[in-house]
Design a protein around this ligand. Structure first.
Ligand code: SF4
Length: 377
């Protein structure tokens, strides 16, 4: 089924090209280079500033593109593309992610809920994939990830939507959200879109439950990796994500992502163009897990890793729901709920503890509201 035109939620208010307006502090010089009167600092360390940027898929030789296409089809016929290692033929059946050879998409739209350096003025061209290879008990996108609401699209149809986002939406990038279980289709769609004239950077917005095989397929196609790093311990992984060892997959994956594209870099308009941006959602009582994650990023990836410490946790999905076999008390209230340890909002103290832990290990590039009237770069 094709998406109807109304699915592409482009409205005058959200997506028509706005007059390009550089923040006041941009475009006048580099950090530490205030030489002439009236010049302003860019608040961006020179190693992370790009003069210009050409997406990696534009530079991929045709022979490499052909190899990637045939590898993508082979993976679909024997899918071991994520740590679930189902080994199924996705043209005939589905594995743990419950998605076959076509992707299922919930929404395609310019999106303004991302980091300022990703969404910019015109929005990030977001593609919300349905389904997921994790089963997070607290999933903040439950309807999309667990219930698989959406429309089936072929890689070719997906490529057409990238072009619409570029040409009609004037977005800053193509943002593939929860794509770990559809990497072959995503690779095919990027190659098709490149032939049709796509020129925007590709953002791979992942839970980091990826495999080296899928990241190898994406090498040369993705410009920005946007991994979540959720929990560290095996016990939290098993209980909250329903995966044996999430951190083992996430650490290996994030190192591989960084090896491909390095630290996050921007052009002078404040828009990120290449590199890794790691997100961590602060969770109730999980500061120790966060400390380990920050230590790993600083010691095993890069002290210059750009980190977004997110505060928007809320109990959702299965958290706080009545236990299936619990009775009711005399008030008719359920006596017990599922996952009670994370059934509350986070506190400011918990957020501060994670931030301090990150700074203590030497991380310094955070997604903070800018102190200088512009993007947080
Ligand atoms: S992508 Fe889906 S089918 Fe393939 S290994 Fe992962 S869960 Fe299984």
């Amino acid at each position: 089924m094709r998406l109807s035109n109304s699915m592409l939620r482009i409205t005058a208010a959200t997506a028509l090209p706005r007059r390009a307006r550089l923040p006041r502090h941009l475009g006048f010089g580099l950090l530490g280079a205030r030489k002439t009167q009236g010049s302003r600092a860019l608040h961006l360390a020179p190693p992370f500033l790009l003069d210009d940027y050409i997406p990696r898929y534009q530079l991929l030789p045709e022979v490499e593109a052909a190899k990637k296409r045939s590898r993508a089809y082979a993976h679909l016929r024997n899918c071991n593309l994520c740590p679930r290692l189902c080994g199924v033929n996705r043209y005939e059946t589905t594995g743990m992610c419950l998605i076959g050879d076509k992707v299922k998409v919930n929404v395609i739209a310019p999106h303004f809920g991302e980091e300022p350096c990703i969404q910019g003025h015109n929005g990030s061209g977001s593609v919300f994939f349905s389904g997921c290879n994790l089963r997070c008990t607290f999933c903040q996108n439950y309807d999309i990830s667990h219930r698989r609401n959406g429309f089936d699209l072929t890689p070719e149809e997906l490529a057409d939507w990238y072009l619409k986002l570029q040409d009609v939406g004037h977005v800053h990038n193509i943002n593939l959200i929860t794509p770990e279980h559809v990497v072959p289709q995503v690779a095919l769609s990027i190659l098709q879109a490149r032939d049709l004239g796509l020129k925007l950077p590709i953002v791979y917005n992942t839970s980091a439950f990826d495999s080296l095989a899928s990241l190898e397929l994406l090498d040369g196609l993705v410009d920005i990796y946007l991994p979540d790093f959720k929990v560290w311990s095996q016990s939290a992984s098993r209980r909250l994500l329903k995966a044996d060892d999430y951190a083992a997959a996430a650490t290996e994956s994030i190192r591989a992502m960084h090896a491909q594209v390095g630290d996050l870099c921007f052009t002078a308009d404040g828009i990120a163009k290449k590199g890794v941006l790691v997100r961590h959602l602060v969770m109730p009582g999980k500061e120790d897990e966060a400390r380990e994650i920050m230590k790993f990023l600083a010691e095993s990836v890069s002290r210059d890793t750009f980190v977004n410490i997110m505060e928007q946790y809320r109990p959702d999905a299965h958290v706080g729901k009545p236990k299936r076999r619990s009775g009711n008390n005399t008030d008719g209230q359920p006596e017990e709920v599922r996952y009670p340890e994370i059934n509350r909002a986070i506190t400011q103290d918990e957020v501060s503890a994670v931030r301090k832990a990150a700074e203590a290990v030497g991380l310094w590039r955070f997604c903070d509201p800018p102190k200088h009237d512009g993007f947080a770069i």
